[in-house]
Design a protein around this ligand. Structure first.
Ligand code: SAM
Length: 243
């Protein structure tokens, strides 16, 4: 069943009226939706509706709600990824995989070894959010992660937003991820930081140390940043997610 996102305001009694132009275009032009077909629609309050299409016009699609249920296709762990921005395809790949794994948000990080220019990063935020939305639909998530604006390690550490921060540092002798997770409670937001292709600079590693951030190893092998992100996120989910 095609899955789309709606606003709670689109619902009136037992009817849902979709007027959002990109959704309308996708449903009527790309998918060539017909009356009588069923849709799965989720609103921002995490309620999913199975609805039957009653009417299709150029301005709206009206459907009748057949079933309402609390949506639960999302990660309970409040997991966030800060990724040292990678070259184009690799960054898109990380956004797609992190979304499939259920992260709530992705921070594009400008680090000392980031080769992508700040203006290029800024120009890509909208596109990266579109990639995340495509991945959401593909994996049937019912919540949408945000790809935030460009930021830095210090800004994230100073934000005070995160209950736990785990930085994956290649050749780190400090801790394994497994060991670090023994001291991480699944409470509040958890941030995972991964470096860019060139890794973290000495100053950044020192900064993480000064902020007493867990600097963890993912093993003796040096992984591509994309692999490191998938490995770290998967292992954290394995350890912390209950359902
Ligand atoms: N250019 C660096 C070097 O040769 O040492 C490697 C950087 S690696 C390709 C990119 C990022 O992936 C790192 O900054 C780190 O965050 C993560 N990473 C890769 N392998 C890792 C490992 N074994 N343990 C922890 N983090 C790792």
């Amino acid at each position: 069943m095609p899955h789309f996102f709606i606003k709670t305001a689109d619902i009136s009694g037992d009817e849902i009226k979709i007027t959002d132009k990109p959704t309308l275009h996708h449903l009527s032009r790309v998918m060539r939706l017909k009356t009588g077909e069923k849709l799965l629609l989720t609103d921002e309050n995490q309620t999913s509706y199975t609805a039957e299409v009653l009417e299709i016009t150029p301005k709206c699609i009206i459907s009748k709600i057949l079933k309402r249920e609390k949506a639960d296709h999302f990660l309970k762990t409040q997991l966030y990824l800060a990724q040292g921005v990678l070259k184009s395809d690799a960054q898109a790949f990380v956004i797609q995989k992190a979304t499939e794994l259920g992260v709530k948000g992705i921070y594009p990080l400008l680090t000392d070894n980031t080769v992508v220019k700040p203006a290029v990063i800024d120009a890509k935020i909208e596109k990266w959010n579109k990639y995340a939305l495509e991945a959401v639909k593909q994996c049937e998530r019912t919540d949408i992660p945000a790809v935030f604006g460009r930021t830095t390690i210090i800004q994230l550490l100073e934000s005070g937003e995160f209950a736990s921060v785990i930085a994956c540092v290649e050749r780190s002798q400090d801790e394994t991820l497994k060991k670090a997770l023994k001291n991480v409670k699944n409470e509040g937001k958890i941030l995972v930081i991964i470096g860019p292709e060139g890794g973290f600079s000495k100053e950044e590693t020192e900064l993480l140390k000064n902020y007493e951030i867990h600097r963890v190893s993912l093993g003796k092998l040096i992984l591509r940043a994309e692999t490191a992100a998938i490995s770290a996120l998967s292992n954290i989910i394995y350890e912390l997610e209950d359902e």
